[in-house]
Design a protein around this ligand. Structure first.
Ligand SMILES: N[C@@H](CCC(=O)N[C@@H](CS)C(=O)NCC(=O)O)C(=O)O
Length: 286
């Protein structure tokens, strides 16, 4: 398969609000397997403009499809002239190890956007490098986009977006998240995944914890976070108050909004995705 490196195979195309939603397969050198991603190209990209890109990282159990099919982001992305790229949430394929217990929160569909250091995960589970380096390189080489990037995500993907932006502020103009896992070193989802992928060295865990990174950064990349107050995972897994305290400690420009009655689902994301696209578009225009 390695001859497919840097080659994209188009697997679907749907016209949408004057632009195109497309899915592509490619062989990822970073992950050592064939991956699929989705891209929404707004109408402006069809007429020779190099448009900015919002990278969207999805949560547990998702593929590239959940956001594109459920968030309803394309109408405003078309108005704003913003491309959106949605990768998968883990490496895929028969050769890629999964959780032996096949739990939804480890292994396939649960890559946690880290570079695994532990066997048997380390061979393929390198989602941090894939999202930070290989995917943008591929997107910027093959599509009419600029190198102006923003990043966002949901739940596990919110954790991914925040940690990636905080560690690479020079690569992005803005970051946002819905219901992020804010303090993974101190919640069951995060501890289970980090112990498996990163081993027992807690120093390594800290590099992937949004609250710990935000408390200790000089970065000033604007961040917008939305959290539903009827989210079943709020207190046990998400802990937005830790992110808020971290922002207070370092003076970080975080806007965290709490929304009464909203849960963890894409109905919540669809309700506020317009605010996120406008927020990113403003930063990307500067
Ligand atoms: N308990 C849920 C946890 C998974 C979950 O809630 N996943 C969220 C992200 S953390 C999601 O976006 N699911 C897919 C969807 O709603 O389309 C399950 O068993 O599926």
């Amino acid at each position: 398969m390695s001859e497919l490196a840097n080659e994209l195979e188009n697997v679907s195309a749907n016209k949408c609000f004057g632009g195109w939603h497309k899915q592509y397969r490619h062989f990822s050198r970073t992950l050592g397997c064939t991956m699929r991603f989705a891209v929404y190209l707004p109408p402006q990209a069809m007429v020779g403009e190099n448009v900015p890109v919002l990278y969207w990282l999805s949560g547990l159990t998702c593929t590239d499809e959940n956001f594109m099919q459920k968030a309803g982001a394309q109408r405003m992305a078309a108005e704003l002239g913003l491309a959106i790229v949605a990768p998968d949430t883990s490496p895929r394929g028969d050769e890629v190890p999964d959780d032996p217990a096949q739990a939804y929160d480890l292994g396939l569909g649960a890559g946690f956007y880290v570079n695994a250091s532990e066997a048997p995960w380390s061979r393929h589970y390198q989602m941090y490098d894939y999202v930070v380096k290989e995917l943008p390189e591929l997107i910027e080489a093959h599509f009419p986009v600029s190198d102006r990037r923003a990043i966002s995500g949901h739940s596990m993907g919110g954790h991914g977006a925040l940690t990636i932006a905080l560690r690479n502020p020079e690569r992005y103009r803005s970051v946002s998240a819905f219901s992020p896992i804010s303090h993974p070193v101190d919640c069951p989802w995060g501890q289970k995944a980090f112990r498996a992928y990163l081993g027992d060295d807690q120093a390594l865990w800290r590099e992937y914890d949004a609250s710990l990174l935000m408390a200790d950064t000089r970065a000033t990349l604007p961040a917008l976070v939305d959290q539903g107050m009827d989210d079943a995972f709020l207190e046990r897994e998400l802990k937005p108050e830790t992110l808020e305290a971290a922002a207070r400690a370092s003076g970080y420009p975080l806007t965290l909004r709490r929304h009464e009655g909203y849960d963890h689902s894409y109905y919540f994301i669809a309700s506020f995705i317009g605010d996120h696209l406008q927020f990113h578009s403003r930063q990307l225009a500067q």
